[in-house]
Design a protein around this ligand. Structure first.
Ligand SMILES: Cc1ncc(COP(=O)(O)O)c(C=O)c1O
Length: 364
């Protein structure tokens, strides 16, 4: 079945007249007196023409990203990180009360954006099974009635990945009725290819990519929504007029040249080696009762007292992330893989710290 995305979108979104920015109405050639800009560059501008509004969707960057992700340009919307993509999808497609599926433990912005919109969050919690986290057996049934299902592969914070067969089944169950959004923030760290390859098969499949992780550009705020052109058209109706700051666009273009990508690949290889080293060290730490290395740039561990560990690590100048508030992750801590010296510091700290019940008290 082909999905009628217009019918799936909120009627208010279909009905509104999108804001037409000066840059959307006319290109930036000639004498620019159409956007109330200041013609004089700022003394603080490092020569980037920041007195001018940027292109809403810079064609050169869009082409480059589409090439890199191996998708057609008209299937790609550049956003301020995946966070904005998640928010746009929910605002376009979900009316208050519409069901949005999430699979906790997972990235918190799916549920938060849904709640802000008044949508109903439907949980399909992952199940801890044989040392891994697995989707629940009834995932497809739970997703079937939802407007959007947020899947994440590799998942944050558990690092588990989803099989193509399962994603296919969810897409089929929601065909014509809802969108399946696969968040691939960490996909570059895994061996398996992106789910973008399955988009020809499933019109309702949406993939989120970001430059924040493997591309080392979290500070740039640059992500991509990859979807059917009709979905992209609907998202464009409500995206901010100028979402992409000129310095962000320029930095992204510099980071995506073939030379820059080759250099980045070396740093990813270093990160993979470092992860291996960290995992081996964590495995030898006797008070760590469980570890999920996963397929991303972080490791999840279970410890006797997560809060105590986080506090002691902070005292040693190391910030770790407590995941205990997530369902099924009692006393679990997420550790991002750092640079070699940072991992050395962590390994040294873990080697000398003991949980309270293992400390040998020195008599007064
Ligand atoms: C699974 C997942 N999706 C999306 C994001 C946010 O990505 P961005 O920086 O592109 O907004 C994160 C950030 O940690 C994440 O873990």
């Amino acid at each position: 079945m082909t999905t009628d995305f217009d019918a799936l979108a909120r009627p208010e979104i279909r009905a509104l007249t999108p804001y037409a920015s000066a840059r959307a109405l006319a290109d930036s050639a000639g004498i620019l007196l159409n956007a109330n800009e200041n013609p004089f560059p700022s003394p603080g501008d490092p020569g980037q023409g920041l007195n001018r509004y940027p292109e809403p969707q810079p064609p050169v960057l869009r082409r480059r990203l589409a090439e890199m992700y191996e998708v057609d340009e008209d299937r790609l919307l550049i956003t301020r990180g995946s966070d904005e993509g998640i928010d746009l999808l929910i605002r376009v497609f979900c009316a208050p009360g519409d069901p949005v599926l999430v699979m906790p433990p997972c990235f918190g912005m799916y549920a938060l954006s849904a709640q802000v919109q008044g949508a109903t969050v439907v949980e399909a919690p992952l199940v801890e099974q044989e040392g891994d986290f697995e989707p629940p057996a009834d995932l497809v049934e739970r997703a079937a009635g939802c407007k959007i299902a947020f899947l994440c592969s590799p998942n944050n914070p558990t690092g588990n990945t989803l099989t193509p067969e399962l994603v296919d089944s969810v897409c089929r169950a929601m065909d014509g009725r809802g969108l399946v959004v696969v968040d691939e923030a960490y996909v570059e760290f895994q061996a398996a290819p992106s789910f973008t390859r399955r988009m020809r098969r499933h019109g309702n499949l949406v993939v989120l990519r970001t430059l924040s992780k493997a591309h080392s550009l979290a500070g740039c705020r640059l992500g991509s929504v990859i979807a059917d052109p009709a979905v992209i058209g609907l998202l464009r109706r409500i995206i901010a007029p100028y979402p992409l700051p000129t310095p962000t666009v320029n930095t992204a273009l510099s980071a995506l040249t073939p030379d820059a990508l080759a250099a980045q690949a070396k740093s990813l290889a270093t990160l993979a080696d470092e992860k291996q080293r960290l995992v081996e060290s964590l495995r030898k730490t006797d008070w760590i009762s469980a570890m999920w290395p996963g397929e991303a740039n972080f490791v999840l561990v279970r410890v006797p007292d997560a809060a105590a560990l986080i506090e002691a690590a902070a005292d040693a100048g190391i910030r770790l992330r407590n995941q205990s508030a997530q369902p099924g992750l009692d006393n679990c801590v997420r550790i991002s893989v750092g640079a070699p010296a940072e991992n050395d510091a962590l390994i040294e700290f873990l080697g000398r710290w003991r949980p309270a019940n293992q400390r040998t008290e020195t008599p007064p």
